[in-house]
Write a protein that binds this ligand. Structure first.
Ligand code: UDP
Ligand code: MN
Length: 269
């Protein structure tokens, strides 16, 4: 049995993100497969770079969920019922697409998978995660140290299984359930005893300006650009996050990066 890193892309923007992610994973020297789940609307030309990097590109459909479920989680309804107050999501982000992550449980040719959002980059080899239990994820910390109990679904360790996949479909559709933060709320509820990974396994970009003392380049294994994306032109936080955006661009463009020469966040003591 083998292991795989898995990501998801449902449009050209996230395909670009996945290209940087794949390049970053390759830099760590792993021999695990890299699987890109994609929906059939992603243009062939945007998938080509991923195939060229040796990724297994696997087409997936949206989950077979009811119309009522899909309406409750449509972008407009969801943003109305559960607005984002801490940051801004790009227009190319469709909340319902997030649920396609759960297709990972159908990849039963793999013993364990490490899922990573397409808006993240890996800075250190993290193959050790393949022996972590299902379900392991890092905390959703980017505002306050009081948030360590919350889960972020941008990086997680899972064990593909058809039985689990089917149990998830049933649990998703519990009457009138509204998953406020889509797959993230769902996974937290489905795996109440989730195993906590170190925060450095999924360091969220807002930590850079909200919790600078938590920032430690030597420890960060995965850097995750939640909310605004590093390839968006001049987004509202681009100036404050410039060193992180420059790092993403260097990896995307395959330039040399010296991880030891990165600056500390302003305000770090
Ligand atoms: N995703 C996607 N298309 C979408 C929304 C999400 O492909 O329209 C995938 C992609 O891998 C992305 C992940 O699901 O990284 C989660 O969304 P995002 O990273 O934008 O959420 P955030 O980390 O900002 O909460
Ligand atoms: Mn993300």
């Amino acid at each position: 049995m083998t292991n795989a890193y898995v990501t998801l892309v449902t449009n050209a923007d996230y395909a670009m993100g996945a290209t940087a992610l794949t390049r970053s994973i390759r830099r760590t020297g792993t021999t695990a497969d890299i699987v890109v789940l994609y929906t059939n609307v992603v243009p062939e030309t945007d998938l080509a770079p991923l195939a060229a990097l040796g990724c297994r590109v696997v087409e997936v459909e949206h989950l077979p969920l009811s119309d009522a479920f899909n309406e409750r989680h449509a972008r407009k309804t969801l943003h109305g019922a559960a607005p984002f107050t801490k940051g801004r999501k790009p227009d190319f982000h469709t909340p319902l697409d997030n649920f396609c992550k759960l297709r990972l449980w159908q990849l039963t040719q793999y013993e364990r998978c490490v899922f990573i959002d397409a808006d993240a980059i890996v800075l250190k080899n993290i193959d050790k995660l393949f022996v972590y239990p299902e379900f392991s994820a890092a905390p959703n910390v980017y505002e306050s140290l009081a948030d360590f109990h919350r889960l972020n679904s941008g990086v997680f360790v899972a064990r593909p299984s058809v039985a689990t996949y089917e149990a998830m479909l049933t649990a998703l559709e519990e009457p009138e359930r509204f998953w406020r933060r889509t797959d993230q709320s769902f996974l937290e509820s489905f795996f109440p005893d989730w195993h906590g990974l170190p925060v450095f396994m999924n360091m969220l970009q807002y930590v850079w300006f909200n919790l600078p003392d938590l920032w430690d380049w030597n420890s960060i294994a995965v850097l995750h650009y939640q909310y605004e994306k590093p390839w968006e032109k001049d987004h509202p936080k681009a100036e404050r996050l410039k060193p992180l955006i420059d790092l993403w661009q260097d990896i995307y463009e395959e330039r040399e990066v010296d991880l030891d020469a990165l600056p500390s966040p302003p305000g770090k003591s």
